[in-house]
Design a protein around this ligand. Structure first.
Ligand SMILES: [Zn+2]
Length: 425
């Protein structure tokens, strides 16, 4: 007897299996002919995958688009200035309301694990207080990790260090940073050394915004790799964005990538945001600004796609759909071979779960019973269609459902409805 059976779905690896769930765990992944269950979800012909994971987001800023004004230049720097205006007037209740509304969107899209940076450059730490509450509220259905993020610079803001330490004391999970936004390259390097030491002393992971610039001389990733190696933080450090690598000298990159691999640093490009914010100072040719994804993967560096923003000072769109993120990444990084497209799907599921260190992630017996049923036949088709999430199960409970929505046709001699599936997927 199971509490829930998800019947007949196709798993990302192509297996067709029933998934039997007891409590909040997957109890069986096999043919469950005649097994009884409290609830059955028929997913015959549909893709069943583990939940989507977003390793880079800003939940304190989300759904604030237009407050108090929009970003006119479309640049990172105006976005940071605009966020400064907003956080001065934001309240804890208002931040919580926006974050919880975003979490509803995330659940509806099968996005059940999120790592959010939270700004620590606010004397009242309003964002930290708001998101610690939100982390507790959504715990039954979303794994939310928080990164202490000194948005205005660890040295550029005289109170940032003290407030970042206070945020970590309050229970924030990860140490963040923004070395390319410090006043000088030297202060950027010192911020990395200081923040990595804090993480080492406290036994915490590190996730820094690193080299989010078009400047090919922005080489903070080299320092981050060095400090990771020196302090033995292997496997606990992520570098977000790394857009300067797009513009770096090829010889230098040939030295840099093995250092990143040796340090066990994972990389989190954010393709929706990188393609929008980078290259803004170029005329033509205009750089894409996305980091070197395939080249890092060739060195066995874990790379996961992050979303970064939805409707905030930096990005005027967004839907909480990690398939949109992977779809953009696939295009900008030109990952169009079938193996590369499958890898893009893996980069918003398994790779991101590894980056966040999620326990019990996957569709095997013993794993946490969280999964998504998609109106697609396989992962590549899911990327192409970015389809409806027909069912979302979080920790054993059905938390979102949507009726299949085929288009009805009125054409002589043609079928009555169309689903846009492809025989070959
Ligand atoms: Zn970010």
């Amino acid at each position: 007897m199971f509490d829930l059976i998800v019947k007949g779905g196709t798993l990302p690896d192509g297996r067709v299996a029933d998934i039997g769930i007891r409590g909040d765990k997957i109890a069986a992944v096999e043919k469950l002919e005649g097994a009884e269950a409290g609830q059955v979800i028929d997913s015959t012909g549909d893709l069943v995958c583990p939940p989507f994971v977003d390793p880079h987001f800003h939940m304190d800023a989300t759904l604030s688009y237009g407050q108090p004004r929009v970003n006119a230049s479309g640049t990172l720097l105006e976005g940071i200035a605009l966020w400064g205006e907003l956080k001065a007037i934001a309240t804890i209740d208002e931040m919580k309301a926006r974050a919880l509304e975003y979490c509803d969107w995330a659940v509806s899209m099968g996005l059940l694990a999120i790592r959010s940076h939270v700004d620590t450059c606010d004397p009242d730490l309003k964002g930290v207080q708001a998101l610690l509450d939100v982390r507790e509220t959504v715990k039954p259905y979303i794994d939310l990790q928080l990164v202490a993020f000194p948005q205005d610079g660890l040295y550029r803001d005289p109170n940032a260090l003290e407030q970042t330490l206070r945020a970590l004391d309050m229970g924030v999970d990860v140490v963040g940073g923004i070395p390319h936004f410090e006043r000088t390259m030297d202060e950027g390097s010192w911020s990395i050394t200081n923040l990595c030491k804090i993480a080492a002393d406290r036994g915490l992971p590190v996730d820094m915004h690193c080299d989010e610039t078009d400047d090919p001389m922005s080489r903070h990733i080299e320092t981050l790799a060095y400090e990771t190696q020196r302090l033995g933080l292997h496997g606990r450090v992520a570098a977000s964005h790394l857009t300067s690598m797009h513009s770096m000298d090829n010889y230098y990159v040939s030295k840099l990538l093995p250092l990143i691999a040796e340090a066990g640093i994972s990389a989190i490009p954010n393709p929706l945001i990188n393609i929008v914010l980078q290259g803004r100072h170029d005329t033509f040719p205009k750089r894409r600004g996305l980091t070197r994804v395939k080249e890092m993967q060739a060195q066995d560096i874990t790379v996961g796609w992050g979303q970064d923003c939805v409707l905030d000072p930096w990005y005027s769109l967004g839907t909480a759909d990690m398939l949109d993120v992977a779809f953009m990444g696939l295009h900008v990084a030109q990952m169009t071979h079938p193996d590369e497209m499958r890898r893009c799907f893996d980069m918003v599921t398994n790779a991101n779960a590894r980056i966040m260190g999620l326990q019990g992630y996957g569709l095997e017996p013993g794993c946490t019973a969280s999964l998504v049923v998609l109106d697609a036949g396989n992962p590549v088709e899911a990327l192409r269609l970015r389809p409806d999430r027909l069912a979302v199960v979080a920790k054993g409970k059905l938390v979102a459902a949507k009726a299949r929505n085929d288009s009805r046709l009125s054409l002589p001699g043609r079928p009555a409805s169309v689903r846009r599936r492809h025989r070959a997927g």
